[in-house]
Write a protein that binds this ligand. Structure first.
Ligand code: PLP
Length: 392
């Protein structure tokens, strides 16, 4: 009986020909259709290539992964037939203890990028908006454009965030303010005092997303330059509407493994946790991150090299006549005064990959990650050669 019953609807479901197929694009929401039509999804240039150029385009750790993480990875690899621990409990506890917060105030995701996408998906809808600055982290745009919400990008001030302009752009429909501190790609910093003043003005219907992906580098510069970098964890402890984002992709050297996390009040974390992709943080990523969290030596090496080499590279570029904003991160923003895509291509022909910033609204600027002393030396040689050919 049941066989006869189930066979019938199957047969009637079969389409007569391809022409009878309804146009599926009619059921795709218009904001997604627009993305497909204007396809901006050109992949970013990756560091891998047959000729192994020097990759200074994605702000990775030039010293490679944390050695402690590598060791942990090697033993975790034996267990990859098992699913990862679904809530990454051990890593949650370690991260919480590391920052002096509760495990319920932490959510681990597949890179800070996954957290950004979750925030946009959960909080934005038609008629609502998020506010950020022009020339900031490209994922704020990518994460919001797949929602029906809108991203408002205010003008920059001195190559960085203009908090007055952000404040003025916030309205009753604003749900998120994204702040990259330091800012990618310009490298500028907002001090703890500036963020304090700004945070006080935020209405209750707005979530402040403080993206501290480059926090380890900024903290090292801040110590050296006698500036207060961040005390954002105090906002979490005071139960403010804030999510602080961190990542293992930069100073810890684990970009390829995709692990990041957000810290915020438990009442907010529990909401965003509902929208996390199931099993998005792999078992090997969890094991490596756990080890890297405590690899203070590796982080110190990266941050120290970065502070010293930022000066070396910036001064060399300034001597060549370029104006370089002081960086607080592991990269340098440089307006090359000519088409940056072409300039970057010429650099690539000299074996160095940098990021041209056309997509960031800066068609004449490049972003150069700070490498090891040897890499920076080779970059500067290549840069000089390109400048000479541009100027001659
Ligand atoms: C400002 C900023 N936030 C977040 C990230 C994302 O890091 P993840 O690799 O953890 O997704 C990056 C990566 O470049 C970044 O520049």
């Amino acid at each position: 009986m049941s066989f006869a019953f189930s066979a019938k609807p199957l047969r009637t479901l079969r389409l007569k020909s391809l022409q009878d197929m309804p146009d599926f694009s009619n059921v795709i929401p218009p904001h997604i259709r627009k993305l497909v039509e204007t396809d901006q999804s050109k992949p970013l240039k990756q560091s891998r290539s047959a000729a192994k150029p020097i990759a200074l385009n994605l702000n990775e750790n030039p010293f490679g992964p944390s050695p402690l993480a590598l060791k942990a990875l090697k033993s975790a690899i034996e267990e990859v037939h098992r699913y990862p621990e679904i809530h990454a409990l051990d890593l949650h506890e370690e991260i919480a203890a590391f920052h002096g917060v509760q495990p319920e105030q932490v959510l681990i995701t597949a890179g800070a990028t996954e957290f950004l996408c979750i925030i946009a998906r959960v909080l934005l809808a038609s008629g609502l908006n998020a506010v950020t600055s022009a020339r900031s982290f490209i994922v704020y745009k990518l994460a919001t454009q797949v929602t029906e919400g809108k991203l408002i990008e205010v003008r920059t001030r001195d190559n960085g965030y203009d908090l007055d302009a952000i404040g003025a752009a916030i309205n009753a429909d604003t749900r998120i303010v994204f702040i990259s501190n330091p800012n990618n790609p310009t490298g500028t910093l907002l001090t703890a005092e500036e963020i304090d003043l700004f945070a006080k003005t935020l209405p209750d219907h707005v979530l402040l997303v403080l993206d501290e992906a480059y926090g380890d580098f900024a903290a090292a510069f801040a110590k050296q330059r006698h500036v207060n970098y961040s005390h954002a964890l105090d906002y979490v402890r005071a139960d403010r509407n804030i999510i602080i984002l961190k990542t293992f992709s930069k100073a810890h050297g684990l970009a390829g493994l995709r692990v990041g996390y957000g810290i915020g009040p438990a009442r907010l974390i529990s909401v965003f946790a509902q929208a996390r992709s199931i099993f998005s943080v792999s078992s090997v990523a969890q094991a490596a991150a756990l080890a890297a969290l405590h690899d203070a030596a590796h982080i110190r090496t990266a941050a120290q090299n970065n502070s010293e080499q930022a000066d070396v590279v910036s001064s060399a570029l300034e001597r060549l006549g370029y104006e370089i904003p002081i960086t607080w991160a592991n990269f340098i923003f440089c307006d090359v005064g000519t088409n940056a895509a072409g300039f970057a291509e010429s650099l690539q022909s000299h074996g160095v990959v940098v990021q041209p910033l056309g997509m960031w609204g800066a068609p004449n600027a490049i972003r150069i990650s700070i490498g090891t002393p040897e890499q920076n030396h080779l970059f500067l040689k290549a840069f000089e050669a390109v400048v000479q050919s541009v100027r001659s």
